[in-house]
Design a binder for this molecule. Structure first.
Ligand code: HEC
Length: 202
């Protein structure tokens, strides 16, 4: 009886979801520029929550929250995640703001209320039909992912110094590298002052 009700609930949710997808396609085409409606966000989060295995949700973080582990998670985040999520987790980035659905502000309660196991599962497996990639295939060990979970917990208290250090670990293009080299040469007294660079607009 109980499972019958659950199946019905899943079917109704799926039908409503499909209806919304159809409505939003008719409304906005397939452009990623729009912002999902509040209802769409709630439904997507509910569906994701339901799709997550129960066993995964209850997992405890086995990695101790030492200063060293937290720093490793922070620098790893700067290297792999900040391009979409921003060093501060605000998701106020060129990539993040161009996605549909957009990544949420990781400092807010919606994310902070997810269990450690849920955060771990999302980082390892990604979220289908969104820009959130699965990281378990390519990057390092589950331990690294647990350190990222710890860093996400730390995000609401991120300090200015920690942010400055993260900027050194953000992936850089050739222009940024050249500018950095010129600044370093200048500081070491090797060359005259760097010329101000004209940056292209994003
Ligand atoms: C290419 C862009 C992109 C990259 C890179 C990326 N993410 Fe995400 N992330 C997203 C998007 C989009 C979502 C929203 C998924 C959804 O709507 O369910 C998301 C969601 C999440 C969530 C769930 C937050 C919530 O409240 O629903 C966590 C946690 C997360 N990302 C962590 C990470 C970590 C850690 C990394 C680096 C290892 C990372 N992400 C890299 C785009 C990205």
């Amino acid at each position: 009886m109980k499972s019958g009700f659950l199946i019905l609930l899943v079917l109704v949710t799926a039908a409503l979801g499909a209806g919304f997808v159809a409505f939003s396609f008719l409304h906005n085409g397939v452009s990623a520029k729009a912002t999902p409606t509040a209802l769409e966000v709630i439904m997507a989060r509910k569906a994701r929550h339901m799709a997550l295995p129960n066993s995964a949700r209850g997992l405890r973080n086995p990695v101790p929250a030492s200063a060293e582990n937290l720093r490793e998670g922070r620098l790893h985040f700067a290297d792999h995640c900040a391009i979409c999520h921003g060093n501060d987790g605000s998701c106020d980035t060129m990539m993040g703001s161009g996605l549909y659905p957009k990544p949420p502000d990781l400092r807010l309660t919606e994310t902070q209320n997810l269990s450690d196991g849920e955060l771990f599962w999302i980082i390892e497996n990604g979220v289908r039909f969104t820009g959130m990639p699965a990281f378990s295939n390519h990057h390092s060990s589950p331990e690294d992912t647990w350190k990222l979970v710890q860093f996400i917990r730390h995000l609401p208290q991120l300090t200015a110094d920690e942010r400055v250090e993260m900027e050194k670990y953000n992936p850089k293009g050739p222009d940024d590298r050249m500018e950095e080299q010129e600044e370093n040469d200048f500081l070491n007294g090797a060359t005259p002052a760097p010329q101000p660079e004209s940056h292209h607009q994003h």
